[in-house]
Design a protein around this ligand. Structure first.
Ligand SMILES: O=C(O)CCC(=O)C(=O)O
Ligand SMILES: [Fe+2]
Length: 298
């Protein structure tokens, strides 16, 4: 295991026609045995550190929704772009192997990190509403994303695992949902979208996989997660949301957080904020390895 560089994940280097086919048909594909136990332990240890505001780099994540002593105890703990704060999350989120697999599955020439998201559901916590990740990508052209959902605990249908509607990536794209956290019925928006898509028999697939698995899903697929009904299982995961290497800021509205990183009069994505993980011409943002080792970006 390399401690001071972005994670090397060889299991993601061997995706073949059957994984491509699953991803194209279902909109998601499960790859098991990607992270080893040491990597998982290190990532699990970062979560309580981050949510108590202990940041390796001294820099805040871009989004931080749950705080000890301030937030409701029974909602999912959620944070975005923890890679800017925590060097262990950075080693995962900036992995070239995740970027290469994402580009391969999407048919892109390369992948940048759009953002990372932490999802921590302790026992007896509430659901996350079904949604399509691409609804949040309005601020980019093309408005597309692919997610690598990294599983830190063995998942279980009663412990609020992620659920997909296979094939729902072919339904129309909807607007950003309201009431994302702790909805009454986490599947309600998906059911409405299913009716609009003329899909009368939409079935959800609960993902039950071992810790260390990665699930890649395309930005258009409907997914969400139910409450953690158990009293003894944590459900922790990290989403790595990637965008096409040559994506640019769009002329549309949207992106109330990430558009702050747009330079005036310039639609280009800056590698300081949207680093290139992998590209078929060999490009990879040059400060990544140094940053993972020391927290410095050059
Ligand atoms: O982990 C969850 O419950 C939600 C994950 C998700 O929506 C994502 O990674 O895109
Ligand atoms: Fe999502």
């Amino acid at each position: 295991m390399e401690l001071s560089t972005a994670y090397s994940l060889p299991a993601l280097r061997t995706l073949g026609p059957s994984e491509m086919e699953r991803f194209r048909e279902d909109g998601f594909v499960v790859i098991e045995n990607v992270l080893d136990e040491a990597q998982l332990e290190a990532l699990r240890a970062s979560l309580p550190k981050l949510f108590s505001g202990k940041f390796d780099t001294g820099v805040y994540p871009d989004e931080w929704y749950w705080r000890e002593g301030m937030s409701l105890p029974d909602v999912t703990r959620h944070m975005a772009n923890a890679w800017k704060a925590d060097l262990t999350v950075a080693k995962l989120a900036l992995s070239a192997d995740i970027g290469r697999a994402a580009a391969q599955l999407s048919g892109w020439t390369g992948a940048r990190l759009g953002q990372d998201t932490i999802w921590w559901k302790p026992p007896k916590t509430k659901a996350v509403s079904f949604h399509q990740d691409s609804s949040y990508m309005d601020f980019l052209d093309p408005p597309r994303t692919i997610t690598c959902w990294v599983v830190l605990d063995q998942t279980h249908r009663d412990a609020g695992t992620l659920e997909y509607v296979a094939g729902s990536h072919r339904w129309p794209l909807t607007q950003i949902p309201e009431g994302f956290h702790a909805p009454e019925d986490h599947r309600a928006l998906m059911k409405r979208a299913a009716i609009e898509a003329g899909e009368l028999d939409a079935k959800t697939v609960p993902i039950e996989v071992p810790a260390g698995s990665c699930v890649f899903h395309c930005g258009e697929i409907w997914h969400g997660s139910g409450p953690n009904l158990t009293s003894d299982r944590a459900r922790r995961s990290i989403g790595i949301h990637m965008v096409q290497v040559d994506a640019q800021f769009s002329n549309r509205r949207g992106g109330y957080i990430y558009r702050r990183y747009q330079r005036t009069g310039d639609p280009a994505l800056d590698e300081s904020y949207f680093p290139i993980l992998w590209a078929d011409d060999g490009r990879r943002t040059d400060w990544i390895e140094g940053y993972c080792a020391s927290g410095r970006r050059g």
